[in-house]
Write a protein that binds this ligand. Structure first.
Ligand code: NAP
Length: 522
């Protein structure tokens, strides 16, 4: 069985041991092995700092933006190849496009950000943020802020659900900032990230040392990070906690950004009764969020908060739509929902559903049985979409248990205040949405919920046509959330670039400041 390689110090590294098996999500067959045995993590980080960093910093912001454009174009030309590998992770073509085309769009968007918002010219080392302010009456003492790229590596640890989007979404802002990347994919779907990295390396576009790839376990990687490195983690809250408190991270106050799990909610406004367009939009969106990527989206709707008097209607309408969803081998064009990433992940979801069922009941689907079209339902990691209903909104599990699959729980609310209170019981979420034609309700709801959310979508007939939906993070907007969602922030246009830079207040006379900041006092 082929051993997937790491790419460190500008060389491919074949693991020193057999590694762990990586399985085809649809057939259950072993398709590769993954291991990082023999990778010298300290040397990889050193290589990023001593080779990759200087290479990138020798380029202007504009040149880095141009590199991103070329990279995006190149990857677009190789999408079919990536789709083929993506199918082995259980993804339908639609899911693959979400992951692969979505990742390429982030790269292109950051190329645009670089051209539009970063200084042109030779200078790729400094971004002047905000105006200079006068600090003395006579104007001879001023201050301002500069941002300069950190001198270390961006260590990027990703979850299994977006093997292409996640590494590209982290790589693009790092590269634009002038910081080299070390990518560590999640093992269950590393075959796809591995092919992505091979393609990027084959393209020859990126300067030496600017991209490294550790396939398999992280080993002692975090023992070697320094105060000039950045760790960007995406994955479960439990792993985030472990890595955030790693002595190597704590000791040197290493920048640590976490995107963790999230029990996201979507709220139906009281005005959106059956027969209204918003009711239809709500049910459509819920079904989409449950089934795209087989529900393995950190932003997917886990809690559907609906007015108590509409619970039966939403329950029936959603169940009817879910009954039409064909689950099976994504290679079959009639299949709408593919497999989970692996049978291990399916077991994890079943465990979470069991915990949810202590206070809820099933409305639709069976956690132990599914008709998988053109596939073996047991060997492949198939699961039917599972709609649950919890009539007691005060129960704990629906607000705390994330079943990372095609699972959502309907929960009733009795007033706007109650809906806000319930939403906040998720203790911090990545994405929320409110579906209503009532602007006053939307405003009160969004303002009530915002402190617990990284992103909130308001959906109504005005935006429905153009809306990208509840679950889609966009490069121009921040992705992340407080509390349980990890407390981190990625993307958000220029903000994502600045996360890779040190902000420094600089004080001095007008002459010295304009020499450094390159602008006169505002
Ligand atoms: P996970 O088990 O926490 O793993 C995430 C990553 O951490 C993987 O690359 C994993 O590598 C790595 N890892 C585990 N232990 C490590 C250690 N001691 N040192 C360094 N790296 C370590 O999460 P997952 O199962 O892949 O993903 C599912 C979870 O991610 C869900 O809870 C979901 O909500 C969350 N998620 C969040 C977001 C977001 O943007 N907030 C996005 C996607 C997913 P190995 O695979 O090699 O162990």
């Amino acid at each position: 069985m082929s051993a997937l390689r790491s790419y460190v110090q500008d060389r491919w590294h074949t693991p020193d041991d057999e590694g762990v098996p990586v399985h085809h999500a649809v057939t259950g067959e072993e398709i590769a092995r993954a291991s990082s045995a023999g990778v010298d993590m300290a040397a990889a980080l050193r290589h990023a700092r001593t080779v990759g960093g200087p290479e990138l910093r020798s380029l202007s912001f504009r040149q880095r933006a141009d590199l991103l454009t070329e990279l995006g174009t190149y990857l677009r030309g190789h999408r079919e190849e990536l789709y083929a590998v993506s199918a082995t992770t259980g993804a339908t073509l639609y899911d693959s496009k979400y992951d692969i085309d979505g990742g390429i769009r982030v790269v292109q968007a950051y190329a645009e950000t670089g051209r539009r918002e970063l200084p042109d010219g030779d200078e790729g080392l400094v971004f002047t943020e905000g105006p200079q302010v006068s600090l003395s009456r006579d104007g001879t003492f001023l201050g301002g802020h500069i941002c300069t790229p950190i001198r270390g590596a961006a260590v990027q640890i990703n979850a299994y659900n977006f093997p292409v989007w996640a590494p590209l979404e982290k790589l693009a802002p790092a590269l634009l900032a002038g910081v080299p990347s070390l990518v560590k994919p999640a093992t269950p779907t590393c075959q796809l990230t591995s092919r992505l990295i091979e393609l990027i390396v084959e393209s020859g576009l990126l300067p030496p040392g600017t991209l490294q790839f550790v396939c398999g376990g992280a080993g002692d990687l975090l023992d070697h990070v320094t105060e000039q490195d950045l760790v960007s983690f995406t994955g479960s809250a439990a792993t985030a906690e472990r890595l955030r408190t790693h002595p190597g991270v704590v000791r040197q106050a290493v920048r640590f950004n976490a995107e963790a799990d999230s029990v996201n909610c979507s709220v139906l406004g009281p005005d959106a009764t059956p027969g209204t367009p918003e009711f239809v939009l709500y049910v459509d969106q819920l079904v989409t969020e449950m089934t795209v990527k087989a529900g393995q989206k950190c932003t997917a709707i886990r809690r559907a908060l609906v007015p108590a008097e509409l619970l039966d209607a939403v329950s029936e309408a959603t169940a009817a739509r879910l009954a039409e969803v064909v689950v099976g081998d994504p290679a079959d064009p009639t299949v709408r929902m593919g497999a989970l990433a692996g049978v291990g992940q399916r077991e994890e979801v079943r465990r979470s559903v069991k915990a949810l069922l202590d206070s809820a009941r099933l409305v639709s689907g069976d956690p132990d049985r599914v008709d998988a079209r053109s596939a073996d339902a047991e060997r492949g990691a198939f699961l039917s979409p599972l709609l649950l209903r919890c009539d007691d909104p005060g129960a704990t599990a629906p607000h705390e248990v994330e079943a990372f699959g095609p699972v959502s729980t309907l929960v009733p609310y009795t007033s706007r205040e109650h809906a806000v209170f319930l939403a906040a019981r998720g203790r911090g979420s990545l994405a929320g949405s409110v579906v209503t034609g009532d602007r006053a309700f939307a405003r009160e709801f969004v303002l009530g919920l915002a402190p617990w959310h990284g992103r909130i979508l308001v959906l109504d007939t005005e935006s429905a046509q153009a809306s990208t939906g509840h679950g889609s993070p966009l490069p121009a907007l921040i992705h992340g959330g407080p509390g349980r969602a990890g407390g981190g922030e990625e993307m958000g246009g220029l903000r994502g670039v600045l996360h890779h830079m040190q902000r420094t207040a600089v004080q001095g006379g007008p002459g010295a400041l304009s020499a450094i900041l390159g602008r006169a006092a505002d």
